[in-house]
Design a protein. Structure first.
Length: 567
């Protein structure tokens, strides 16, 4: 059985332990369980009593495609409840190969040194690297590569995480040295507040993954990989557009956040679309690339490198959420503008969704002009300079709106909305308000079900959100990307058996979902103990009263319908 590494940042002591109660837990089920078991629900999120848990999924490090996502959990400084955020990159698979089931970061450093946790086949240690203090993510990763090698996996925070800004995220290096982000909930601030700048994983000489039945696992994993690789949505959509394929569709249904969620569509959609991104990457050439993997084994390959007019890299990866929150939500007119903002926010170590919402609120209150890239870059420069205004925006949309006196703050449970206005995609409004995660689309995104449940309808939204919360929550426990769901949801026995052959569990196509169900129940119990009570299961008042063009929809679901979403 793999080990849990416990790192005390107060004493700088590191221990390795095994907990048999956690034998069949992984990813979100493990991170949330450890937070539930060990973190006092009423503790200060950035205090010494909170703990940051980094957990590998049940299939992490194996040959199963798209299965090495890493889950990071803690009490959130944004929602004040439990939070799980996950991302791709190579660190998860490498940690599993090193025999690590989870890392628990506890305590809080009492000095001003910059610490790096290094994990190799020889063990683990904390090293001081003060030259990394307040460095941006890109320079941090380059410095770590220079010291530890480019084949290592890296998790790190930018200067905003070190400064405890509640919009901060955790970056994860991918297989070509680009960055992916465990973005939501402000967990970068939790990591930074403890004095930990980065984790470096070198799996050279390690292959400690065990199997209940390796032969059957490999056979089933290969079959699943083949089905996923031949899925038309993978080959036709993700390889060519990544997640940006849906920009025009969301705009067409009137749910694309525009100018601080005042409107549901933008006239500039063609120049912000996935089709335009594809065209520019191909025509500009140079360093621009499509169909890149974020994990060592991934058939989906939805990552990209977006180049400038001269073919030089501007940012990786351009995603739908970035286009929605940094593009239309700020009134931007083209992808080059989005890419510039995206790069700077990535480097600072902030969640692009949360920061896009905060910037939208600031523009709405007169601190810049919608559609003006110079004004938005000036606000980001305030964050970089650590000015009071910059710290305000870096602390997220809710605090920004409250201090600036805005009565239109797009947040759920204190966390900025993702790129779907809940008035025109009402199922997501249910997820934003009723899920344990707050304004987070990854907790149960209803966009893909628009053909079966009317996005503007008032029926079946609660049940839809509940079903998706369970399904996606289960994938989070296993370490699987949500875009791998095609063949797995079509035949859940594949999902159950591939986990059984790896871990020795006894799930079937019906009971595999208990991973998600039990995790969601535990998370809700933690939230209630933390004071995130059912009174917080609601959206901002303006969404119930202010019609959203072009559909003129408001959020008008009954309490009875909303309660159906509770697991």
């Amino acid at each position: 059985m793999s080990s849990i590494i416990r790192v005390n940042m107060t004493t700088h002591e590191i221990k390795s332990e095994i907990n048999k109660d956690y034998e069949f837990l992984g990813g979100r089920s493990l991170s949330s369980r450890i937070v539930y078991d060990e973190v006092e629900p009423t503790c200060e999120p950035l205090g010494r009593k909170n703990k940051l848990v980094i957990a590998m999924g049940l299939l992490s490090g194996t040959i199963a495609s798209s299965a090495s996502r890493i889950s990071i959990g803690a009490k959130s400084p944004l929602t004040n409840g439990i939070k799980e955020t996950n991302c791709g990159g190579v660190a998860g698979g490498k940690l599993s190969k090193c025999g690590v089931q989870a890392i628990i970061i506890e305590g809080k450093s009492e000095d001003d040194k910059c610490y790096v946790l290094v994990i190799t086949k020889d063990g683990y240690k904390l090293e001081v690297m003060n030259k990394l203090k307040y460095l941006g993510n890109y320079d941090t990763v380059e410095n770590l590569y220079n010291k530890y090698g480019r084949k290592t996996g890296i998790l790190c925070v930018g200067p905003t995480g070190e400064r405890g800004l509640r919009g901060a995220c955790i970056a994860s290096s991918d297989s070509i040295g680009e960055l992916k982000f465990a973005a939501r909930g402000g967990l970068g601030a939790v990591m930074g507040s403890k004095g930990l700048k980065a984790i470096v994983v070198d799996d050279k000489g390690c292959n400690l993954i065990t199997y209940k039945d390796k032969e059957k696992f490999i056979e089933l994993a290969k079959d699943y990989n083949k089905k996923l690789a031949s899925d038309p949505k993978v080959t036709g959509t993700y390889h060519n557009y990544g997640t940006t394929a849906i920009v025009k569709a969301v705009n067409g249904m009137g749910a694309l956040p525009t100018c601080n969620f005042r409107y549901g569509s933008t006239e500039h959609v063609s120049d912000l679309s996935g089709e335009k991104m594809n065209e520019l990457i191909l025509s500009r050439g140079g360093e621009g690339k499509l169909a890149l993997s974020c994990m060592e084994i991934c058939a989906i390959r939805c990552s990209t490198i977006y180049p400038d007019k001269d073919g030089k890299k501007l940012v990786s990866t351009m995603q739908y959420e970035n286009i929605a929150l940094l593009g239309s939500n700020l009134g931007m007119k083209n992808l080059d503008q989005v890419a510039q903002l995206n790069y700077e926010i990535n480097n600072l170590g902030l969640d692009t969704i949360e920061t896009g919402c905060a910037l939208g609120v600031a523009l709405d209150m007169g601190y810049g002009r919608f559609g003006c890239i110079e004004d938005c870059m000036a606000l980001i420069n305030e964050i970089s300079r650590n000015t009071p205004l910059g710290r305000l925006i870096g602390n997220g949309a809710l605090l920004t709106g409250q201090i600036l006196g805005c009565d239109r703050i797009p947040t759920g449970k204190g966390q900025g909305f993702a790129g779907y206005d809940p008035r025109a995609l009402k199922g997501n409004g249910v997820t934003y308000s009723m899920s344990t995660m707050g304004g987070d689309h990854t907790a149960g995104n209803c966009f893909g079900s628009r053909a079966t449940v009317d996005p503007l309808g008032t029926e079946s939204q609660g049940e839809l959100s509940r079903t998706l919360q369970i399904q996606i929550g289960t994938l989070d426990c296993i370490g699987l990307c949500m875009f791998a769901r095609g063949p797995l949801f079509a035949d859940a026995s594949i999902l159950a058996n591939i986990v059984n052959y790896r871990s020795g569990s006894s799930f079937d196509k019906d009971t595999i979902w208990e991973l998600g169900i039990e995790t969601l129940k535990l998370e809700r119990e933690f939230n209630i103990k933390a004071g995130v009570s059912p009174a917080h299961d609601k959206l901002p008042e303006y969404l119930y009263e202010e019609p959203l063009s072009p559909t003129n929809a408001v959020f008008d679901l009954t309490e009875e319908e909303m309660l159906k979403a509770i697991v």
